[in-house]
Design a protein around this ligand. Structure first.
Ligand SMILES: Cc1cc2nc3c(=O)[nH]c(=O)nc-3n(C[C@H](O)[C@H](O)[C@H](O)COP(=O)(O)OP(=O)(O)OC[C@H]3O[C@@H](n4cnc5c(N)ncnc54)[C@H](O)[C@@H]3O)c2cc1C
Length: 392
């Protein structure tokens, strides 16, 4: 016979969406518990590039002014939280960079014209002021004007770790994927433990791609084929987008350190989206050629490449063909929630909390004491530290 625990909200899935929501709910006095079936952030969060997008990035994606204002508000929320003065305390999260660079490769026709007037019906956008090419980029062979966006890049493992530590009491491990029973209860199981039945008033699934198993939730999944480059001779501080004449950058590069100390360049953008159609070796060849085209002076002699296929859950698409709001869907007292990007997570958490408040949910007197010695999930490892990868 299992013990039983009544709580206000059960959150299923400990990526950035579930962790932020947990923090937000508990700050408002709700008795919330997050249940993770593997490692925290295992799925999209740990595989993300850690870029927080503000209105600069959205301007480049040519979205409307309303989106710019929302993006500025979100960026402000992130900044306050990272400084330790926001609704969620993220002081202690490592920022890989305070800014991101943008550059446009040399094109035969006027690139500025193409950038600003790709489609006549779209509003003309104001570009951020350009700067002289920073030494970092010119050493890699980039020429001409470069744009600097004051938008941070986060070390996502440290982001997950901060939540894991600050919310430890309210995060538990379950032996596999959580399944909701027909009466809305969740039976928490781990080997050599008596099961505990959790009876929440509400259940929120922040289960990433597994939200697609909830047939009533309109979850859209897109696959990308990310590239990782490992070398001792690459700079470890490049965070940059090479723009294309479309909404998605031709290439987005972030820099990381693997557990063995080597530098990793993680490549996303159009290369990773179109790479979805390419086989492994073909994709690695294309990535090498693209890097040589766009960063002709990058020293790739001893560089090893590998690729990772990963599924990404999109937010609902609106104007500009780019998601500008998170996804929420409800069926009775079960909510499915997905942010679409790291950036949108604060907006998602606020929207879920408002929905719960509108339903009349009041913070209850909940104790998590019976779970005090229950196992806790670890933070997931970065994809480049996976020992089964094949590097070529
Ligand atoms: C390659 C890539 C790069 C990206 N780069 C950026 C970027 O630079 N900037 C940006 O803003 N966004 C980026 N994103 C998007 C961003 O990473 C995601 O939108 C965000 O991380 C989604 O977080 P999540 O918590 O919803 O899902 P996830 O991070 O996928 O977390 C889901 C969690 O739920 C757990 N889980 C799943 N099912 C169950 C179950 N049944 N029971 C228990 N636990 C379960 C999983 O183990 C996992 O821990 C990127 C995404 C990808 C894939």
């Amino acid at each position: 016979m299992s013990d039983s625990l009544n709580i206000d909200v059960a959150i299923v899935g400990g990526g950035i969406a579930g962790l932020w929501l947990l923090s937000h709910l508990r700050a408002r006095g709700y008795g919330a518990l997050l249940i993770e079936g593997r490692h925290l952030g295992q799925g999209q969060t740990i595989a993300s590039q850690g870029l927080i997008y503000g209105s600069g990035s959205y301007t480049l994606a040519r979205m409307g002014a309303e989106t710019d204002r929302a993006a500025d508000g979100l960026m402000e929320t992130w900044r306050r939280c990272l400084a330790g003065s926001g609704e969620v305390d993220l002081s202690g999260v490592r920022q890989l960079s305070q800014c991101q660079y943008l550059w446009m490769p040399k094109l035969r026709s006027s690139w500025l014209d193409r950038l600003i007037h790709p489609f006549k019906r779209k509003p003309v956008v104001k570009m951020p002021p350009g700067i002289d090419c920073p030494a970092l980029l010119s050493q890699l062979g980039v020429e001409g004007n470069v744009y600097q966006l004051d938008e941070p890049v986060l070390d996502v493992a440290s982001l997950l770790q901060v939540f894991a530590e600050r919310q430890r009491e309210a995060i538990v491990l379950h032996q596999s994927s959580v399944v909701l029973s027909s009466d809305g209860a969740i039976t928490l199981r781990m080997p050599e433990r008596n099961p505990v039945t959790i009876r929440p008033h509400w259940c929120v699934f922040t289960a990433g791609v597994e939200n697609a198993a909830l047939v009533w939730a309109p979850v859209k999944i897109r696959s990308v084929h990310m590239i990782m480059v490992r070398s001792k001779h690459l700079p470890d501080n490049l965070y940059a987008h090479c723009l294309s004449d479309g909404a998605i950058p031709r290439l987005t590069i972030t820099s990381h350190r693997a557990a063995d100390g080597s530098v990793i360049w993680y490549l996303g953008g159009r290369l990773a989206e179109e790479g979805n159609r390419r086989h492994f070796s073909q994709h690695l060849r294309e990535a090498r050629q693209e890097l040589a085209r766009l960063l002709p002076k990058a020293d790739l002699k001893d560089a090893q490449f590998t690729a990772l296929r990963i599924r990404r859950v999109e937010g609902p698409r609106t104007e500009g063909n780019r998601p500008d709001k998170p996804g929420i869907s409800q069926n009775g007292k079960v909510i499915a929630a997905w942010p679409g990007s790291l950036t949108m997570v604060p907006m998602l958490a606020e929207a879920v909390v408002q929905r719960l408040e509108r339903s009349g949910l009041q913070p209850g007197a909940v104790t998590l004491e019976p779970l005090a010695d229950w196992p806790r999930p670890e933070v997931a490892s970065y994809p480049w530290d996976n020992e089964h990868l094949v590097w070529q």
